[in-house]
Design a binder for this molecule. Structure first.
Ligand SMILES: [Zn+2]
Length: 154
């Protein structure tokens, strides 16, 4: 069977976002790893995603691919470009500045997030039985077109 890589988005209550990729079957497994890394006192080289974990965090699927490493890198890069995420925190600029800029540039984001979040928590999720993954209802049709899904429904 082909390896499926998921490109995912984590968003916290403050509107901070992080784009990542994983081959975990469930996104919740990947988030658990991020979470425990964020909480650890050990002096490890923390991934920028730890910035999200001072409040509630949601994880959602952006896209799945069975493509090679190059394809995955391009896809991930595309989302990082499109989405205003903490992955973009560049060296030399402190995170605090980045966050302040972000809040300034996105004054309505938090309100919007709560509104959307409210509608997504009221059952707007789709669970694909054959792939055994959960996704946003709106990603459903894109998921149906993926090779991974087609292979499983053959
Ligand atoms: Zn499927």
């Amino acid at each position: 069977m082909e390896k499926i890589t998921k490109i995912y988005l984590m968003t916290n209550e403050k509107g901070l976002k992080y784009v990542g990729k994983t081959t975990c079957q469930y996104l919740s497994q990947r988030m658990a790893v991020h979470k425990s890394q964020a909480k650890t006192k050990r002096n490890i080289n923390k991934c920028t995603s730890h910035l999200l974990f001072d409040c509630e965090v949601k994880i959602e699927l952006l896209e799945e691919t069975t493509g090679d490493d190059e394809t995955i890198k391009l896809l991930e890069g595309k989302y990082i470009q499109e989405i205003d995420c903490v992955n973009k925190c560049v060296a030399g600029r402190t995170f605090k500045e980045t966050k302040q800029n972000w809040v300034k540039n996105n004054p309505d984001y938090f309100k919007e997030y709560q509104r959307k979040n409210h509608s997504t928590t009221s059952g707007k999720k789709y669970y694909c039985e054959c792939c055994e993954i959960e996704m946003l209802n709106t990603s459903k049709y894109r998921h149906f077109k993926t090779d991974a899904h087609k292979l499983k429904t053959k």
